[in-house]
Design a protein around this ligand. Structure first.
Ligand code: GGG
Length: 360
């Protein structure tokens, strides 16, 4: 049967558990496509980039890697990082190269509280929680600005500088994204994370731009919270949160905290979006490559499967995305869970159970 639309997907499993969780997500996506009665098909191309590629070629991806990805409809990514390559080399050589090269400036990281999974917050409080962390994904502390001076102060006196870059354009676009997202949600609220008491240039520009953009969204509740206070708020007053917008580094830390509070880092999905659609967007679980459990068939595929659902939503298939999320919820509610969330199932068992719960 010829499909009404065929999406070309670039797949980069990369390192560690990346291969296992990407295989899980692909199995789910292929099943949804097979059962779509010709509505859509997926045409996959896999790229063997990552730390093993680095061992052979001295780089995480080839020089023309971005050109080879440019014409795909989306990128499905696993995880980056392996003990044989320094972490800053692997991160900058692959994940950040793609995010920044394709101006994927909005990193959307929903914190999903799934039925049957009692993380620290659920154990303490039965309130329905539903957050989205919006990470500024193109600048901030990840601008890559700085340097090291080995001889500045003689032996043992090396100096290193790491600067953060905040632009008004970069701040404004991520705030508008967060406000527009808040308008689609039951609770219309945006919490901006700052540290402007200590960082008197970039974070003050961040705050001022937030206040200016907020004036265009009078129907959306706002607050500006210092990152240290926000960490406490995640734990102590989680019901007050809806959309949390933060700089590259702050959001990276807070989204890990959020998913740990929801039960496990393995549950968290994410989308690195180029909202203008000039370049492909990239979908990946929030977690890293987890070398300690890689290759053992025990890692949690839920974050990768949720990222696959986000990819379908981005490709204009929201019903199919919802069906995947509903199948995941049905599994966790029935106790089919990996060990990081208190279960005994392996990666494959959870994946097969999700597939079994998809509409026929
Ligand atoms: N799938 C996400 C991933 O591989 N993350 C690896 C990592 O170290 N990320 C740090 C960051 O992006 O800030």
């Amino acid at each position: 049967m010829t499909a009404e639309q065929t999406f070309r997907i670039a797949c980069i499993p990369a390192d560690g558990v990346g291969a296992e969780v990407v295989a899980a997500g692909r199995a789910v996506l292929d099943t949804v496509a097979d059962r779509s009665a010709g509505r859509f098909a997926l045409d996959w191309t896999e790229f063997p980039w990552g730390s093993a590629y680095h061992a052979e070629h001295g780089v995480m991806m080839p020089d023309d890697g971005l050109d080879r990805l440019r014409d795909f409809d989306a990128i499905y990514f696993g995880a980056v990082g392996w003990p044989t390559v320094p972490d800053h080399v692997s991160l900058w050589g692959l994940r950040l190269r793609i995010c920044q090269g394709f101006d994927q400036w909005a990193n959307v990281r929903p914190v999903t509280f799934l039925p049957g999974i009692t993380g620290p917050l659920r154990a303490a409080d039965d309130t329905e929680l539903d957050w989205v962390v919006v990470r500024e994904n193109s600048e901030g502390e990840y601008a890559g600005l700085g340097g090291r001076n080995l001889s500045a102060r003689g032996p043992g006196g090396e100096v290193a500088v790491q600067s953060a870059l905040f632009t008004e354009v970069g701040c404004e676009r991520i705030f508008r994204f967060a406000f527009d997202l808040a308008r689609t949600r039951a609770r219309r609220k945006v919490s901006s994370v700052t540290k402007s008491n200590a960082q008197q240039y970039g974070m003050v520009l961040w705050d001022e731009t937030f206040a200016r953009v907020a004036r265009d969204y009078p129907d959306v509740e706002t607050e500006s919270v210092l990152v240290d206070a926000m960490s406490a708020k995640f734990v102590l007053r989680p019901e007050e949160l809806s959309v949390v917008v933060a700089s590259n580094l702050h959001a990276d830390i807070l989204s890990d905290l959020g998913s740990a509070l929801a039960g496990s880092l393995g549950l968290a999905a994410s989308a690195n979006l180029n909202p203008e659609r000039r370049f492909p967007s990239m979908f990946e679980p929030v977690h890293g490559s987890a070398p300690d459990i890689a290759g053992r068939g025990v890692c949690n595929p839920v974050g990768a499967i949720g990222s696959a659902a986000m990819m379908l939503g981005h490709l204009g298939l929201p019903d199919e995305a919802k069906a995947i999320n509903a199948a995941v919820e049905a599994c966790t509610a029935r106790g089919i869970r990996t060990r990081d969330v208190g279960g005994t199932a392996g990666t494959r068992e959870v994946t097969e159970a999700v597939i079994a719960h998809l509409p026929g």
